[in-house]
Design a protein around this ligand. Structure first.
Ligand SMILES: Cc1cc2nc3c(=O)[nH]c(=O)nc-3n(C[C@H](O)[C@H](O)[C@H](O)COP(=O)(O)O)c2cc1C
Length: 228
């Protein structure tokens, strides 16, 4: 009996060792090499487009590419701003699906309905978006940003762009060497180049393709990034 148990245990050990050897990709200490390679390959073949309709999923950039292999030990942060909770729903789903930490970018001065009135050129959102140097203050900060090697950054589209508070966020941290990707929600605009100010603020990070979402397709995108 003892002999049989010993044989079964030995067989199990061999199986688990084989599984471990086959399941990992090649990574550097930050787990970023293959992501960087994946990002570089993608950037050669893909151009982001703007103005696509809300019902259309054709601005998806990840469906035609192989998922990247999984870097070991990715620590992911989902950071988002949401004035009317649409982006918040997507961010929560994303964080749940990835087992990531969630951080809400909270304006020091909350946006009122009047502030968000895009029909009024004098409203706070209009004034901020008409001034590329506007940097609305954020209340609080991410605890120990250094611990994250992947940050997914979410926002609502405001006049085709990311709200200025996203620039405040980007300029508050050192993202060099981290892997970043943006996601957004909108009434109808596509992702377009809405992350360009964000990319500019962290041009020494590895940027993956971003996307505009409904809550349903958010995990499909995240799975395709190979960051888990
Ligand atoms: C000031 C302002 C500007 C907006 N501009 C656009 C736009 O250019 N294109 C668009 O499709 N939706 C636009 N929207 C709609 C928002 O992008 C959409 O409702 C988004 O899902 C809101 O996300 P949130 O609830 O997380 O704030 C705008 C909304 C506001 C308040």
């Amino acid at each position: 009996m003892k002999k049989i148990t010993a044989i079964i245990l030995a067989a199990l050990m061999v199986l688990s060792l084989a599984a471990c050897a086959g399941g990992r990709g090649t990574t550097d200490n930050n787990g970023n090499n293959e992501l960087a390679q994946n990002a570089a390959e993608k950037s050669q073949t893909q151009e982001q487009t703007s103005g696509s309709d809300i019902t259309q999923e054709s601005d998806s950039n990840s469906s035609d590419s192989e998922p990247a292999s999984e870097p070991e030990g990715s620590k992911i942060l989902v950071a988002y701003f949401s004035a009317t909770n649409n982006t918040e729903g997507v961010a929560q789903k994303l964080a749940d699906g990835l087992g990531a930490d969630l951080y809400e970018i909270v304006p020091e001065q909350p946006y009122t309905d009047e502030d968000l009135d895009y029909g009024n050129s004098e409203s706070r959102s209009s004034v901020e978006m008409n001034d590329s140097d506007s940097r609305p203050a954020i209340s609080g900060s991410v605890e120990n940003m250094e611990q994250y090697n992947v940050v997914l950054i979410g926002y609502p589209i405001w006049w085709g762009e990311a709200p200025r508070i996203m620039s405040t966020f980007m300029e508050s941290y050192d993202f060099s060497g981290k892997t970043l990707a943006a996601f957004c929600t909108s009434a109808s605009s596509g992702f377009g180049s809405s992350d360009s100010a964000l990319r500019e603020a962290a041009d020494n990070a590895v940027w993956l393709d971003g996307q505009r979402f409904s809550a349903e397709d958010v995990m499909e995108w995240a799975d395709g990034l190979g960051i888990k």
